[in-house]
Design a protein around this ligand. Sequence first.
Ligand SMILES: Cc1ncc(COP(=O)(O)O)c(C=O)c1O
Length: 425
Amino acid sequence: MSSPTETPIEESLRVAARRFGTPLFVTDLATVDAACAAATAAFPDPIIRQYSVKANDVPAVIARVASQGFGANVVSRGEWALAHRAGVPNARITLEGVGKTPADLRDAVRAAAAGSPLRWIALESPEEAQALALTVRRTRQARLRIDVLYRLNPDVIPETHAGLAVGSGASKFGMTETEIGEAIEAGGGPDGLLRPRGIHLHVGSQLGAVDAWRDAVRKAVAMAALWRGSIETFDTVDLGGGFPVLPADQPSPAPERFARELPAALETVPDDRRPTRLAIEPGRALVARAGWLVARVLHVRDRGGRQVVIDAGMTELIRPALYGARHPIVALTSLGREFVPGAAAGRGAEPARVEGPICESTDSLGTHGLPPLRRGDLVAIADAGAYAASLGSAYNGRPRPPQVMRAPDGSLTVGRRRGSLASLG
Ligand SMILES: Cc1ncc(COP(=O)(O)O)c(C=O)c1O
């Protein structure tokens, strides 16, 4: 077995930029492992841990997370295919999402009919339950049953950005209590084609406190207990994701802090009505800190303050433009020479407004303390492992950047090649 590297991450990022060009993503696999270990310690077996693939759908990343004891939670046939490519079997894949298409449902039913069912499908509406049941009936396999969860809209006020507060009552996600009853009926009730297994929940992303999550979990546990009274198979509560990864100067609850709320939530219902299967499906918390987006400086100008335009922006990392998210930025070189923060006398950090290269004024990464920079210098954007590449676009004719994996021994391998010009058209 190779030993852990002593090469600083900044050195690996410089090497990767020289070898593979910019912009590029580098994922530090040791950081992925550490994040998975923290989530596992907070939510140990027999809790089912599903990785929310939407956070980072690069198969090499999915495979690494899966190797740490996580299944895959997908929202489409596309994500399902990527999870397969990463080697995750159907038995460890769950399908959820407000946008499931007839083709998604059809493939899920086909997989079950072929004897390789997904672990479960989380439903979003009575209509979706009806459509899924019809798809099952069309197989004419009399014994075929699909395990389903019902996504609850918990109607809470999540402590997060409005754009990430999917658990609020007015959001498009999940069902009311009445709709869940209708969805169970639409699936044929306790002995129908859809086997009712429990409640699915997701309160929101980047939860800055545990209060809304706790309230939502209590609602989900209470509702599952209610249904368990009449449906024996109703044994599962999937708590969703949402564990935050915020800049270091913003304190935020760790997965363990959320887990601490669980025992009291379960005690609110009688012993024999408690879920016997609990699940989580974090995305960001497992991969965000592991990801770096490396870019080169294109222009340095004075615009009533220093302005630095780099070759990565909203096409690779849309979070600042979409949510006002802030990502730390560090210099890897300064005036063409290797830069080690704090080590070079006379090369101190001064504020610079960092802008992306896209023809949109909102393509801006905020003001950061950076050393002197000139065209060709390298910078790295931190915490870019989640909702960055997976939310990327080819706007302005920009092929997607390569994905480079940094193994714990420091070696670099390409997990996904840079997109070609041909891939644009
Ligand atoms: C249903 C569901 N589960 C899990 C997640 C993962 O959330 P996070 O990456 O914040 O953990 C999301 C994110 O949107 C989601 O919609």
